[in-house]
Ligand binder design. Sequence first.
Ligand code: GLC
Length: 449
Amino acid sequence: MRIKILLLILFLTPISISSQQIISNDNKIAEINKMEWFEEAKLGIFIHWGIYSVNGISESWSFFNGYISHSDYMKQLDGFGAKKYNPKEWANIIQESGAKYTVITTKHHDGFALWNSKYGNLNSLKNSKSKKDLLTPFVKEIRSKGLKLGLYFSLPDWSYKDYTNHTNKIKRYSIKEDPKRWQKFLNYRDNQLFELKNRYKPDLWWFDGDWEHNAINWKSKELKKELQKDSPNVIFNSRLNEFGDYETPEIGIPIYRPSSKYWELCMTINDSWGYQQNDNNYKTPLQIIDLFVDTISKGGNLLLNISPKSDGSIPNKQKSILKELGKWNKKHSSAIYSTKKGIPYDHFYGPSTLSKDNKTLFLFVRDIPKDNQIVLKGISNKINRAYVVGNGTVLNKQLLCKVYWNKYPGISYLEIPEETLDPYYTVIAIVLDSPIKLFNKKSGAIEVN
Ligand code: GLC
């Protein structure tokens, strides 16, 4: 009998282990699949639109930090008219920029909702001069273009009566003292979120403000689970405590290639998230492309912010920056979308990306090369061809330091004709005979003779 039991255990054990492995492999595959569009998208447009655009003051923080009283801040409701709001134009501008997704502030920390919510008492239809649900028509236009939709939602709602914090000085209560009141707030939050989920079926949830409470108090894990019901592929940014699918660095672009697989840099177009008429510190198209190229060469996405005015128009300056970016993206699309992070700077003095099959390397050349040449080192493959992306001109190559008696692959000097230089970045495609092999051996003395 004992032997039989033992045999049975022995027989069953490997099966249970392998089925566990299958489950975790399945999970991994499911995760890779769900992140696929995000990884290929590279560029998203972030939109901060709310009543703060009326006075042109900082979104929510201006009253939280006491630069203006809450009641004066709320007076902006009467100026938020959205008279020139043209969601079709917004969607066109987003698409023309080359972005594949957008993330819009459905509700910032001030609690003002851009859709007609049944919950709470602060939204664009019931409480602002616009008297309109502003989110629904936008979602419709975005969908009609086949762009992916991200909804920004602030976990804190500093205006809501049952939320813990009102300003940095006024705390309404603590969760420990009054867990029931906190639960009331969570019910309100969840009701709003399920309303958004059911109405708009977002591809991405972009949470913000998780720093005000821990995952247990926010019920982050449970919330994620609920939002995934019937939408198993929905993606979460990292601001849901530790339950996000990707990292969300803000403004500070990583200097070193991040180790995390998925990440997205969110970035202002000037120095503000919301519209501020006094902020003219716009980044130039070249500076935006600098950030974009740096980001994609490190395997990330850029989520570039725009800030419409209270009348719903997008400032001309912002439109023209997106247009320039879009033109450059269109010309260089093969080097941008569906690529992955590039090679270390030891091989090329600049950013790069790689095609999915690792057989084409894209080099991003910012400045005017000296003697019209760029330098590529330590690539063990044969270079079949090098050409200017979006232009097609094939480059002359010169190979230096290649000797027959060792495997050191030498240094390639590639000549870019001056007339093919792009005003922003010139992109060079290096077509290899096989998936890229980076030479990482010591280059020693003679090996064969
Ligand atoms: C910050 C700020 C907020 C802004 C956001 C964008 O967390 O609180 O004002 O909306 O970042 O990333």
